[in-house]
Design a protein around this ligand. Structure first.
Ligand SMILES: Cc1cc2nc3c(=O)[nH]c(=O)nc-3n(C[C@H](O)[C@H](O)[C@H](O)COP(=O)(O)OP(=O)(O)OC[C@H]3O[C@@H](n4cnc5c(N)ncnc54)[C@H](O)[C@@H]3O)c2cc1C
Length: 221
C-alpha cells in the first residue's frame, strides 16, 4: 500500500534555491519526472574533509533513489555508514545563445537531494531492489538476463536514499537579453540538445539466431 505523501517537498534552509529563485521547483510530480528521465546521478560526500563527487547509475523506486556498486568502493563503503550525501541529477535541454556573451545560458532540469542513505539488507530485499533498479533503467531486461548469483549479490551493495529534502531547478525558454541588446545584429536563440539512442550493436559473441529484444531495438527513454 502506498503511503500518502505531500504533493510538494517543503524547501528547507538547505534546499531553498537562492539565485534565480523563480526557477526553483518543489513539486513532487515534476521532480519525479526529471529523476525518471535521467539515469546518471552524481553522489557528493565528504571523507576526512575531502569532497568526492562520483557519477553513478540510479533509479527512483517509489519515494527513494536507489544506487548500487561494489561493496568495496569508497562511495558504497562510506555512504553505507550513514554519512550525509548530496545526489545531483542533471538533464541538459539546450544551449541558449543570447546577444551578449554575459547572458548566454543553458536550458536544463536538475534535482538536488540531500540526506543519508541506508543499505538495503538481506538477499531477498537486495534482489527486489536490484530488480526494481534494473527494470527502471531497462524495462524487460531482468527476465531475459541471468539472475545474480549468491556471490554476486554479496559483492553488490545497494543504497537507498529516501526523498525528503529535495529541490529542482528548471530553466527553459529563449535567451533573456538586456533591453538595449535586442537591437544588436547578432543571431540569438536556442540549440536544443537531446540524448538519442542509436541502433543496437550485437556483441560479436552473441549467437546470430538470438533475436534482438524489442526493448533494445526500440529503446526509448
Ligand atoms: C546544466 C547547468 C548549468 C549551470 N550553469 C551555471 C553557471 O554557469 N553558473 C552558475 O552560477 N550557475 C549555473 N547553474 C546553476 C547552478 O546549478 C546553481 O543553481 C547556482 O550556482 C546558484 O546556486 P545558489 O547560490 O542559488 O544556491 P546554492 O546555495 O548553491 O544552493 C542552495 C540550494 O538550492 C538548491 N539548488 C541550487 N541549484 C540547484 C540546481 N541547479 N538544481 C536543483 N537544486 C538546486 C539546492 O537544494 C541547494 O542546496 C547551472 C545549472 C545547470 C543544471
Amino acid at each position: 500500500m502506498r503511503c500518502l505523501v505531500p504533493e510538494s517537498f517543503s524547501p528547507t534552509e538547505r534546499t531553498r534555491v537562492v539565485r534565480e529563485s523563480q526557477r526553483g521547483v518543489y513539486d513532487r510530480k515534476t521532480i519525479y519526472k526529471i529523476l525518471d528521465e535521467a539515469f546518471v546521478c552524481h553522489a557528493g560526500f565528504s571523507v576526512d574533509g575531502q569532497p568526492y563527487v562520483i557519477p553513478t547509475l540510479f533509479a527512483r523506486v517509489g519515494d527513494a533513489i536507489c544506487f548500487h556498486g561494489s561493496a568495496a568502493s569508497r562511495m558504497l563503503r562510506n555512504l553505507s555508514e550513514g554519512i550525509p550525501v548530496c545526489i545531483t541529477v542533471t538533464l541538459t535541454d539546450g544551449f541558449v545563445l543570447a546577444r551578449s556573451v554575459f547572458n548566454h545560458s543553458m536550458n536544463y532540469r536538475s534535482v538536488v537531494a540531500l540526506g543519508k542513505a541506508t543499505l538495503v539488507d538481506g538477499p531477498g530485499e537486495k534482489l527486489e531492489a536490484l530488480h526494481a533498479f534494473t527494470e527502471k533503467i531497462l524495462p524487460g531486461r531482468w527476465n531475459d538476463a541471468r539472475q545474480p548469483s549468491e556471490k554476486e549479490l554479496k559483492a553488490t551493495s545497494i543504497l537507498r536514499l529516501p526523498l525528503s529534502e529535495v529541490s529542482a531547478k528548471i530553466r527553459s525558454g529563449p535567451p533573456e537579453d538586456d533591453a538595449p541588446d535586442y537591437a544588436l545584429p547578432v543571431w540569438a536563440g536556442m540549440i536544443p540538445l537531446q540524448l538519442v539512442p542509436g541502433a543496437p550493436i550485437r556483441d560479436e559473441r552473441c549467437d546470430a539466431s538470438i533475436p534482438t529484444p524489442a526493448y533494445a531495438a526500440h529503446y526509448q527513454r
